[in-house]
Design a protein around this ligand. Structure first.
Ligand code: GLA
Length: 381
């Protein structure tokens, strides 16, 4: 269906047919927040809101257009390097081109993207852009990279070109998603254990409609605080410390650094326990772990905000809810809830009405299906 629309948009804009189509999904994280850059555990899934791309190889520079964000700056995929001061969304495809060039020469392309990933909701539209351009260039240049390798290059792009010190969760979720399954991911080894969402349970994204704000600087600050904590603890990453280590080192840390480390260390434990609870069908336990995750992100890591707290509370109190928490980097965006299928409609109504009453904002609640990761969909002759 999207082929014909995207093809028409491409044709109208560039005056030629595209030769390749790709798709890269957004993601939702069930639990394990702000653990990935500490080599810890995360539990995301790719969702049925995606970014679609049509492209063709051209002479001259690369031109990229987004239906939602407009024209990006043009760039030369064969020579673009970090530090060029790009201001538009082109920094994601340009950064991907730069990262991919460590594996071979790249052609320039014309590309048109269209997306139904809610922007600013913390479901990772940027990683989806990186993975969409990743699969397209991988194919055009015959690089033969796996999706796991593309995810790693997406993180290189994000860290060294875009300038956000993010972990690898978003790119791995968008690249390696599997239909009907969430992925328990060890971000140190990149080993994945896929786990089905229990029968009769839906993953619901509860969007606060409060766009994420000031995330980049606050995000990088949290990361530095984690690095300070690991230095004091004498470990390479917080993944390698436990609560007893942390309590022993408490006198050597500021209160803020102690609380940041406490979040990460306990969140890693919660992520492992959540996986065990799902495997054992212990939904009540899984729900409690989601709540504890939200409280820890709110009080110790301080990345929640009033709207996320209100949404998490509204969702948790609504009929049919197993558990709810903020998802993604925080400071706005969305909560994720696990909800019994038969209560979906009443859950949605109760959550949104309580949220609106508390904030005056009309939020949105979307049940999501978990889907396969980024891929080429088909090529036209
Ligand atoms: C953002 C980053 C991820 C991860 C989350 C928080 O989405 O891109 O790497 O750190 O925040 O869990």
């Amino acid at each position: 269906m999207f082929h014909s629309e995207l093809r028409a948009l491409f044709l109208a804009r560039f005056g030629h047919e595209p030769t390749l189509f790709g798709i890269a999904p957004g993601r939702v994280n069930l639990i394990g927040e702000h653990t990935d850059y500490n080599d810890g555990f995360v539990f995301p899934g790719a969702i049925d809101r995606g970014l679609y791309i049509a492209a063709r190889v051209v002479e001259g520079k690369s031109h990229v257009v987004s239906k939602q964000m407009g024209d990006g700056e043009s760039f030369d995929a064969s020579s673009v390097v970090p530090g060029g001061g790009m201001t538009s969304w082109s920094k994601y495809p340009a950064g991907m081109a730069w990262a991919l060039r460590s594996h071979g020469e790249l052609p320039n392309i014309e590309a048109y993207i269209d997306s139904d990933i809610p922007i600013g909701s913390g479901v990772s539209s940027s990683a989806a852009i990186e993975m969409a351009f990743g699969v397209v260039w991988n194919m055009f240049a015959g690089l033969g990279l796996t999706n796991r390798e593309l995810a790693k290059l997406g993180q290189v792009c994000e860290n060294q070109f875009v300038g956000v010190n993010s972990g690898i969760m978003d790119q791995m979720a968008s690249a390696m998603g599997k239909e009907g399954r969430a992925m328990f991911l060890d971000t140190r080894t990149l080993d994945i254990a896929y786990a089905p969402v229990p029968n009769g349970v839906s993953v619901v994204l509860c969007d606060t409609k409060k766009p994420r704000a000031l995330t980049d600087s606050a995000y990088n600050e949290r990361r530095s605080q984690c690095e300070e904590a690991s230095q004091i603890l004498g470990v390479s990453k917080l993944r390698d410390a436990d609560v007893a280590d942390l309590e022993g080192a408490k006198p050597k840390m500021s209160d803020v650094v102690y609380r940041r480390a406490r979040h990460v260390i306990t969140e890693n434990e919660r992520c492992i326990q959540f996986k065990e609870a799902l495997d054992a069908g212990e939904l009540e336990k899984a729900g409690k772990l989601m709540r504890a995750s939200h409280v820890s992100l709110r009080d110790d890591y301080e990345v929640s905000c009033r709207e996320l707290d209100e949404m998490a509370d509204a969702a948790a109190a609504a009929p049919g809810c197993i558990g709810a928490r903020m998802t993604g980097a925080g400071f706005g965006g969305a909560c994720v809830a696990l909800v019994h299928d038969e209560s979906l409609e009443v859950f949605r109504a109760a959550t949104l009405s309580a949220y609106d009453k508390a904030t005056g904002l009309g939020g949105e609640a979307m049940a999501c299906c978990l889907v396969d990761g980024a891929r080429i969909v088909s090529s036209l002759p």
